[in-house]
Design a protein around this ligand. Structure first.
Ligand code: ZN
Length: 358
C-alpha cells in the first residue's frame, strides 16, 4: 500500500518507521523510548494514517501559512514588566515556538477593577489564583496559545486595566515566535489513500465546521481545578506533534496532536475537569471526545475504540472518557490527544508542564 525509503532498519511499522529511527530523531535512546511509551515489539509506534494527516484540516486556522522549520532556542527566562499602579506582569518566556503555550502571570498590590488582555486578535481570559500569602498581592493567570502554523515573527501581548482608584494600567510585551522543530516525512501512497471521495469530503467538511464552532466558543467560567495530566496512566511523553507529511509530493497539513501508542482498550482519562462538548464518531479521528475546560481551553481525544461519556456531561479530572482504539483513518491503535487554546492548536504536553502544580 505504501513505501518509504527507510530501509535497513529493524521492524519497520506500516510507515517504515522503527523505534530506532524515531528514537534517533527524538534524540532519545531506543530503550528509554520503549520504556516510556510502554512500547512492545509488537506495537507499531504509529499512529495516524493518511487520514490523520488530512484530519488536521479539522482545526486549521484560516490565514496561517508558515512552514515549520528547524528553530533555535524554544524558551528563555521569564520576562517581567511593570505596568504601573502596583501591577506587574510576567510572561513564562518572551520566546515561543509554533505550537507552544505561554503562561501570563499578573500580580497587583491592589485588586484591579478591570483587566483585559489581547493576543492573536482575541481577548485573553484571566483567572484568579491565590498569590503568595506573604506578598499580599492579588494574582491572575492566563494562557497564550501560539498556533502550530502561526508565522514566525514578533507579536504583541497587550494588557489594559483599571485600578480601583480609576487609574489606568497598561502594558505591551513582545513575544518572538520561532518556527517549530517538526519532522517531515515523505510518503508515496496509492491515490485512494490520499483523497477521500466526494461523500467523505463533504462529511469531513461538516465535521471540521462543527469542531471549529466548538473551539471558537469561549466558556467564560474556568471549569478545571488543579493540575493537568496526560490522559494515559503511566505515560509522560508522546510524539508526532507538528509532524508534516508530504504525500506523493503534496504537503499535507501538520499533525495537530500528540500521539500515544497504546494497546486497544487502555482507559483514556480526562486531562482535567470540564464539560463534554463532543462525543461522536468522526470521519478522520474516529470515535472522538472533546472536553471544554472553560476559558477557551479544549482537549481532544481521538481514535477511541469506545466512548464512555455524552455531550453535556460534567467530567472530573481523570474521569474515563473511553478506551484507546484504532477508529478513523489510522494504521494502528493509539490515542491522539489535542489541545486548543483560544483556537490555537498547541502541544498538549505544554499544559502539563505549565499548569502541572496548581
Ligand atoms: Zn494523531
Amino acid at each position: 500500500m505504501l513505501g518509504r525509503a527507510n530501509r535497513g532498519e529493524r521492524q519497520p511499522n506500516a510507515w517504515g518507521r522503527t523505534p530506532h529511527a524515531i528514537a534517533r530523531r527524538e534524540k532519545e535512546s531506543e530503550a528509554y523510548l520503549r520504556k516510556r511509551l510502554r512500547w512492545s515489539r509488537k506495537t507499531p509506534l504509529l499512529s495516524c494514517g493518511i487520514g490523520c494527516a488530512l484530519a488536521m484540516l479539522f482545526v486549521a486556522v484560516p490565514g496561517a501559512s508558515a512552514q515549520p522549520r528547524q528553530s533555535g532556542a524554544r524558551t528563555a527566562a521569564p520576562r517581567r514588566t511593570d505596568c504601573g499602579q502596583g501591577v506587574k506582569i510576567q510572561l513564562s518566556s518572551p520566546l515561543a515556538s509554533q505550537g507552544s503555550l505561554l503562561l501570563v502571570e499578573l500580580r497587583s498590590v491592589n485588586p484591579l477593577a478591570d483587566v483585559k488582555g489581547e493576543w492573536n486578535e482575541r481577548e485573553v481570559p484571566f483567572w484568579q489564583e491565590k498569590g503568595p500569602a506573604a506578598a499580599r498581592v492579588s494574582m491572575a493567570r492566563a494562557l497564550l496559545g501560539v498556533d502550530l502554523e502561526k508565522p514566525a515573527g514578533k507579536y504583541e501581548f497587550k494588557l489594559a486595566g483599571e485600578a480601583q482608584n480609576g487609574q489606568k494600567v497598561s502594558c505591551v510585551m513582545t513575544v518572538t515566535v520561532k518556527a517549530g522543530r517538526f519532522a517531515t516525512e515523505n510518503l508515496k501512497v496509492e491515490p485512494q489513500f490520499v483523497e477521500p471521495n466526494p461523500e467523505q469530503l463533504a462529511r469531513a467538511d461538516e465535521e471540521r465546521k462543527k469542531l471549529r464552532a466548538i473551539f471558537d466558543t469561549v466558556t467564560p467560567e474556568r471549569l478545571w481545578k488543579g493540575r493537568f495530566r496526560v490522559p494515559l496512566d503511566g505515560v509522560t511523553m508522546g510524539g508526532n506533534f507538528g509532524r508534516r507529511r508530504i504525500l506523493n509530493g503534496q504537503p499535507g497539513s501538520p499533525h495537530g496532536g500528540v500521539d500515544f501508542p497504546a494497546v486497544t482498550g487502555t482507559p483514556v482519562h480526562a486531562a482535567q475537569s470540564g464539560r463534554v462538548a463532543l462525543a461522536e464518531e468522526l470521519y478522520f479521528s474516529g470515535n472522538t471526545v472533546v472536553v471544554d475546560h472553560g476559558l477557551g481551553i479544549y482537549t481532544f481525544y481521538g481514535h477511541l475504540s469506545e466512548i464512555s461519556v455524552k455531550v453535556g456531561d460534567a467530567v472530573e479530572a481523570g474521569a474515563v472518557l473511553g478506551k484507546v482504539g484504532a477508529t478513523g483513518r489510522v494504521t494502528g491503535p493509539h490515542l491522539h490527544w489535542g489541545l486548543t487554546v483560544e483556537r490555537a492548536r498547541v502541544n498538549a504536553l505544554d499544559i502539563v508542564k505549565l499548569l502541572g502544580s496548581n
